[in-house]
Write a protein that binds this ligand. Sequence first.
Ligand SMILES: Cc1ncc(COP(=O)(O)O)c(C=O)c1O
Length: 328
Amino acid sequence: MTSTSFDFAPLLPAGPPPAAVRWKGRAKYDFTGGNNDPDSLPLDGLIAAAEAVMRREGRTLATYGLNSGPQGYRALREFLVAKLKADAGIGCTADDILITSGSLQALDLVNGTLLARGDTVIIEEDCYQGSINRLIRLGVTPVGIPLDRDGMRVDALAAALDDLKRKGVRPKYIYTIPTVQNPTGTILPVERRREMLRLSAAHGVPIFEDDCYCDLIWSGQRPPAIYAMSERGGVIHIGSFSKSIAPALRIGYIVAPWDVMSRMLALKLYQPALAAGVVINPGPEWSVNKAHARSRMRLCFASLSHEEIHQGVAALADVCRKEFGVPR
Ligand SMILES: Cc1ncc(COP(=O)(O)O)c(C=O)c1O
């Protein structure tokens, strides 16, 4: 079939972005895109690390989530616990972290969890276009707060929050790139971070902290993350290795309280654990005919040994016998 034989145009929903043009290679003078300096890429270290990890635990590639569960590779999460403590002052455990495909997926998961068409959010007036166009596509209204040399102006933030309150609007979050802001490069000082937290608590609006540039500070000294300064929770923190190592690796992460994290996991790949250490896919999750699927389940068996299959099915049968009286 040729690409012109079927007309997709009438099927497209209203208001999609204009069609992309085919890529013909990079422009000679390309001032777009957050690409890194190829010569600064720690290539030898990356090759050595990839080989060491593959040799140590490459077999986990056979399992979704690398045998570490739905929050991603546990060793990386543990590395992040130490890094976030040392660099950003964040005290968290590996269970508070979700590994994502770049911080862009982190953005999508936070938005998918919190936002609905018609909502309002607060963002910096000049801001990463990827964040802006996601909000527009979701039908969410971004209220822009002006920046100065020290990042988001918290006096303007206070005024905007008061104004929205008068109109009966409670924004879903205050989105900020506080450390090396994109596109202005500003760094929000500690006092402004503190004031933002005070306003967030006073108005009951959480802070969504996008810290993907935090490793690019020239002096190496960064203010503590807003997440670290918060005494009451209410902050979701995302980060990335795209800017400090390589964007093509697509490795980012989210640090969030469990009540939000658990909702994001439900959006991502999550299986409820059954009694007796057996997990299965319940039939109704795999069918649009819920009544028909009620008494069905999906069992995947390629990664289990014969012995595990025998023991697991016996344990499952036991649970079914106790719960439903079958098999007899
Ligand atoms: C502020 C901000 N957040 C998130 C991203 C997404 O980056 P990545 O998905 O590569 O981590 C970018 C990319 O430029 C960005 O500028």
